[in-house]
Write a protein that binds this ligand. Structure first.
Ligand SMILES: Cc1cc2nc3c(=O)[nH]c(=O)nc-3n(C[C@H](O)[C@H](O)[C@H](O)COP(=O)(O)OP(=O)(O)OC[C@H]3O[C@@H](n4cnc5c(N)ncnc54)[C@H](O)[C@@H]3O)c2cc1C
Length: 594
C-alpha cells in the first residue's frame, strides 16, 4: 500500500452524520467501536434544514392512532410502500419521538405541556377524512433541533468523528464488506477505514435537478458508490417534487405553512386545490399538489402568466377561509412570526417580501429521493429480487429504500424514517459486529479510486464540470421532472449518455492536494450523472403513472403490471432492470381520492 494512505480500524463505520447516521451511531456506540465519517461538519448536514415537523401519532391534540398514520403513509405512497416496514415506521415513531424529547429536544408545547402537533399534507383521520394534527415540531426548525440533540448525545457517548472526510469507495470482496476509502479534505490524503460493518447514511441527490430544495452537498455519493460496487438501486424513478419551492431559487417553504392554514392561489385569484382535492384541498399529498400547480401554470393560470403561483398565509386570507369552512381557528401576524419563524426569515432574506403582508411566489422544487439502496427493516442492504442480505452492509435515511415511502413520501415521514431506521440499523450493527470476523483488507484497497481521482486531477484542457452539471440539471428538470413521456425520456437518456462520455475528459483547475473542493466536486458530479441516468432508465421502463412518477403517455396507475419495485443494476457500461414484489398487508390498493 502506498505510504501516504492511512489505515484505521473500527467495528463499524457510518458514512454520514445527518439524522440517520447520528441515530445509528448513538445506538451502535453503546456496544461497539464506531466511527462516523462525514464530508460536512456533522451539524451542517441537510437534516438541519428540515423545517416543518416529524410525524407521530401521539394524539396530543386530538384523537390519533399509529394505524391511521400507517394508512396515510401507504395511501400517500400510491400503494408502492412495503406495508410491513410502514407498520414499523408508524408504530416506532411514537416511542422514538418521546425518546428524542427525553434526550432534551425542545419541542413546541401545548398549553398542558405536551408536545405540540400540527397538520401536514396527506395526514388524516380516515374516519372523518379530515386533516389530523400529527406533526410534532420545534417551531419550523425541527430538523435543526433533531440534529443538535443527536450530535450532543453522540459526543457524550464518545463516538469517533472524522469530519470533512469524503468517502469515495466501498471495499467489497465478493460478498463481504471490509470497509471504506476516504479522502481528507484538509490534506488530500487517502484513509482506509477497515471494519466489519459499513453503513451509508449519505442523504439524497436533489442536485441532479436545476430547481431543488437540496443543499449543495446532496450529490448521492453513498448510493453511487454502492451502485458501482454491485448493489442495485431500488425505485429510482420516484423522485419527489415538493409543491412549494421559492420561485426560481427552489428554497423550500415548509408544508407547515399550509398546515397552519396557508392556501395556494393561481393568477386568477382562485384557490385551485379545491378542484383537484375537494376534501383535503391544499393539504393533498405532494405529488398531487405539485401536479396541480403544474397544470394551472400550463393552462396559463400562473401569476402574471409566469411559471409560478402564490402561497398565501396572510392572516386576512387564512382567516377568511377558516370562517368559510366553519373552522374555529384564527391566526395573527404574531402567530406567523412565532410558528413559522424560519419561513418568514427566508422570505425576507431571499425574496425581500414579508409573508405576513404579501403572498409568496412558489413553484414545485426537486426535493426527495424515494428510491435508493434497498434494505430490510433492520437497515441491512439487500441485493437482489429475492432480498438476499449482503452481511455487514447497512443503509438508512434518504439514501436508503426500505421502502416506507413507495412512490411518494408524506411530509414529516423522512425525519421519522431517519430516527426509526437509524436506530434499528445501529442496534443491528451492535448485535452483528461482536460475532463477526474482521476480514483482511485486499491489496491496495484505495488503488482504484486513487487512480480515478488522479486521472481527473491530471486531465487538462477537457470539459469543465460546471458545463456538464448545468446540462444535466436542465435536462433532468425538463425531461425527468413532474411530467414525463417516452419521447422526452429518450431525449434525456441520449443527453445523459453523451454527458457520461464527456465526463471521461473532465478537468479541474486546482491541481493541489489541500482543500481541493474542485476535485471532489468533479468526483461528486460523476455520482450525480450516474444516478440521473439510473432515474431516467427506470422512469422510461415504468409505463404507468404512480405517485411521483407521472407519465403523460400512460396517465393511469396499472397495478396489474406495475405493483412492483424496480431494481437497477450497473452492468458494464449500461444498466439492467429487475423487479421485486411489493409487500402488501392490511391495505388493498385503491384509487387515491383526496
Ligand atoms: C429544506 C428541506 C426541508 C425538509 N423538511 C423536512 C421536514 O420538515 N420533515 C421531514 O420529515 N423531512 C424533511 N426534509 C427531508 C429530510 O430533511 C431529509 O430527507 C433528511 O434530513 C435526510 O437525512 P439523512 O440523515 O438521510 O442525510 P443528511 O441529513 O442529508 O446527511 C447526509 C450526511 O452524509 C454525509 N455525506 C454525504 N456524502 C458523503 C461522502 N461521500 N463522504 C462522507 N460523508 C458524506 C454528509 O456530510 C451528511 O453528514 C426536508 C429536506 C429539505 C432539503
Amino acid at each position: 500500500m502506498p505510504n501516504n494512505v492511512h489505515t484505521h480500524t473500527f467495528d463499524a463505520v457510518i458514512v454520514g452524520a445527518g439524522g440517520a447516521g447520528l441515530m445509528a451511531a448513538l445506538y451502535a456506540s453503546r456496544k461497539i467501536n464506531v466511527a462516523v465519517i462525514s464530508k460536512l461538519y456533522p451539524t451542517r448536514s441537510h437534516t438541519g434544514a428540515a423545517l416543518g415537523g416529524i410525524g407521530a401519532a401521539l394524539g396530543n391534540v386530538e384523537e390519533d392512532r399509529w394505524e391511521w398514520h400507517a394508512y396515510d403513509t401507504v395511501k400517500g405512497s400510491d400503494y408502492l410502500a412495503d406495508q410491513d416496514a410502514v407498520d414499523v415506521l408508524c408504530k416506532e415513531a411514537v416511542e422514538t419521538v418521546i425518546e428524542l424529547e427525553h434526550m432534551g429536544l425542545p419541542f413546541d408545547r401545548t398549553p398542558e405541556g405536551k408536545i405540540a402537533q400540527r397538520r401536514f399534507g396527506g395526514h388524516t383521520n380516515p374516519e372523518t377524512k379530515k386533516p389530523v394534527q400529527r406533526a410534532c415540531h420545534a417551531a419550523d426548525r425541527t430538523g435543526h433541533m433533531i440534529l443538535q440533540t443527536l450530535y450532543q448525545q453522540c459526543i457524550r457517548n464518545k463516538v469517533n468523528f472524522f469530519d470533512e472526510y469524503h468517502v469515495v469507495d466501498l471495499i467489497r470482496v465478493d460478498n463481504t464488506i471490509r470497509g471504506v476509502v476516504a479522502v481528507s479534505l484538509a490534506t488530500g490524503e487517502f484513509h482506509v477505514f477497515h471494519s466489519k460493518a459499513v453503513m451509508f447514511a449519505t442523504g439524497g441527490w436533489g442536485k441532479c435537478w436545476e430547481v431543488t430544495s437540496n443543499a449543495h452537498s446532496l450529490t448521492g455519493d453513498g448510493a453511487a458508490v454502492c451502485l458501482r460496487r454491485g448493489i442495485p438501486m431500488e425505485d429510482m424513478e420516484f423522485f419527489q417534487f415538493h409543491p412549494t419551492g421559492i420561485f426560481r431559487l427552489g428554497i423550500l417553504i415548509t408544508e407547515g405553512v399550509r398546515g397552519e392554514g396557508g392556501v395556494l392561489i393561481n393568477g386568477k385569484g382562485e384557490r385551485f386545490m379545491e378542484r383537484y382535492a375537494p376534501t383535503i384541498k391544499d393539504l393533498a399529498s405532494r405529488d398531487v399538489t405539485s401536479r396541480s400547480i403544474y397544470l394551472e401554470i400550463m393552462a396559463g393560470r400562473g401569476v402574471n402568466g409566469r411559471n409560478y403561483v402564490h402561497l398565501d398565509v396572510r392572516p386576512e386570507t387564512v382567516n377568511r377561509y377558516f370562517e368559510e369552512a366553519g373552522d374555529s381557528r384564527r391566526i395573527t401576524a404574531q402567530f406567523i412570526e412565532e410558528k413559522l419563524a424560519e419561513t418568514v426569515d427566508q422570505c425576507r432574506t431571499y425574496l425581500g417580501i414579508d409573508p405576513v403582508t404579501e403572498p409568496i411566489p412558489i413553484q414545485p422544487t426537486a426535493h426527495y429521493a424515494m428510491g435508493g439502496i434497498p434494505t430490510d427493516v433492520d437497515g441491512r442492504a439487500v441485493v437482489d429480487a429475492q432480498n438476499t442480505v449482503l452481511p455487514g452492509l447497512y443503509a438508512a435515511g434518504e439514501c436508503a429504500c426500505v421502502s416506507v415511502h413507495g412512490a411518494n413520501r408524506l411530509g414529516t415521514n423522512s425525519l421519522v424514517d431517519l430516527v426509526v431506521f437509524g436506530r434499528r440499523a445501529g442496534n443491528h450493527m451492535a448485535g452483528y459486529c461482536p460475532g463477526a470476523e474482521l476480514l483482511p483488507l485486499p491489496d491496495n484497497p484505495a488503488g482504484e479510486v486513487m487512480a480515478e481521482l488522479e486521472r481527473i486531477r491530471n486531465n487538462s484542457g477537457g470539459t469543465r464540470p460546471y458545463v456538464l452539471r448545468d446540462r444535466m440539471q436542465k435536462t433532468m428538470m425538463a425531461n425527468v421532472g413532474v411530467f414525463r413521456t417516452e419521447e422526452i425520456l429518450n431525449e434525456a437518456l441520449e443527453t445523459l449518455r453523451e454527458l457520461r462520455a464527456q465526463y471521461a475528459n473532465v478537468s479541474v483547475d486546482d491541481k493541489g492536494q489541500r482543500f481541493n473542493t474542485d476535485l471532489l466536486e468533479a468526483w461528486e458530479l460523476g455520482c450525480l450523472l450516474e444516478l440521473a441516468e439510473v432515474t431516467a432508465v427506470a422512469a422510461q421502463a415504468r409505463t404507468e403513472s404512480r405517485g411521483g412518477h407521472a407519465r403523460d403517455d400512460y396517465p393511469e396507475r396499472n397495478d396489474e403490471q406495475w405493483l412492483k419495485h424496480s431494481l437497477c443494476f450497473k452492468e458494464g457500461d449500461g444498466y439492467r432492470l429487475d423487479y421485486k414484489p411489493v409487500v402488501l398487508g392490511r391495505y388493498e390498493p385503491q384509487k387515491r381520492v383526496y
